[in-house]
Write a protein that binds this ligand. Structure first.
Ligand SMILES: Nc1ncnc2c1ncn2[C@@H]1O[C@H](COP(=O)(O)OP(=O)(O)OP(=O)(O)O)[C@@H](O)[C@H]1O
Ligand SMILES: [Mg+2]
Length: 249
């Protein structure tokens, strides 16, 4: 039987009078590729912030691998296998590509790192950093300063930083935003090449990318789930066509 990676029940987030996330229920199975779509301001990034623990919830519960994490800080959720990327770049621009990944690996291994400050632990960090760079197609770019990478490469590096924590659940917030067609194609291939056991939740506006990557789609509208289903089902859902795909405009 499929294992539930993420379970969200009755989750709400209020900013003063604004209800940005308004009672969302969501269940994502291990290895699933789930897209989260919806108009600007629908609450997608806020929802990611609640799942990752960047923001506290106003109501509801969140479970990772059957464990209630609603009140756990973000770093404890990372330990349980959760990683995310941000809608905007979150990189150290003046460091090299390799150094950025090194830092992310080091942060994840903090405990053992402090206990065992040996040459072996440094070597392990470097090997893992190298492996993660390979995974996102940035081998050979390691010695370059991040500022001199192309925009597309910087976004690939963001994925590398998330992978450096060895996640079992990965949240990607608009991985192709601002990319050229070629860069978007490369990003789609990168995401497709990630291990099948990795559970993915992807916020994305580009519907070609959504259809290329997702098994199931959840549509958010004003902080609520408007529809959910296979790409085919969602594409033909009249309510979705009305509010999101702009039918009848
Ligand atoms: N920290 C905050 N304080 C107050 N309001 C906020 C905050 N963060 C988000 N909001 C509001 O919550 C609503 C949802 O915003 P959110 O960024 O989650 O939308 P989104 O679906 O990610 O949109 P986009 O597609 O443009 O990225 C918006 O009305 C936004 O202005
Ligand atoms: Mg957003």
């Amino acid at each position: 039987m499929a294992v539930e990676a993420l379970k969200v029940s009755g989750v709400e987030k209020r900013f003063g009078a604004l209800v940005a996330v308004n009672g969302i229920n969501l269940s994502v199975l291990q290895g699933e590729r789930r897209a989260l779509i919806g108009p600007n301001g629908a609450g997608k990034t806020t929802f990611f912030n609640l799942i990752s623990g960047t923001l506290p919830l106003s109501a509801g519960t969140i479970q990772l691998w059957g464990r209630d994490v609603t009140r756990l800080p973000d770093w404890r959720r990372v330990r349980l296998g959760l990683a995310r990327t941000f809608q905007r770049n979150n990189l150290f621009m003046s460091l090299t590509t390799f150094e950025n990944v090194q830092l992310a690996v080091q942060r994840q291994q903090q405990v053992s790192y402090n206990l065992l400050r040996s040459a072996r632990s440094f070597q392990a960090i470097n090997e893992q950093a190298q492996q993660v760079l390979e995974q996102v197609g940035l081998t050979g770019r390691g010695e370059l300063k991040v500022a001199s990478l192309s925009y597309g490469e910087q976004r690939q590096l963001e994925i590398a930083l998330a992978l450096a924590t060895k996640p079992s659940i990965l949240l990607l917030d608009e991985p192709t935003a601002g990319m050229s067609l070629a860069e978007t194609g490369q990003m789609v291939e990168l995401v497709k090449s990630l291990p099948a056991a990795l559970t993915l939740l992807i916020v994305e506006h580009d519907m070609d990318v959504v259809f290329a990557l997702s098994d199931r789609i959840t549509v958010l509208h004003y902080g609520q789930v408007l529809a959910e289903g296979t790409p085919e089902e969602v594409q033909h859902n009249p309510r979705v066509r009305e509010v999101y795909l702009g039918e009848g405009e």
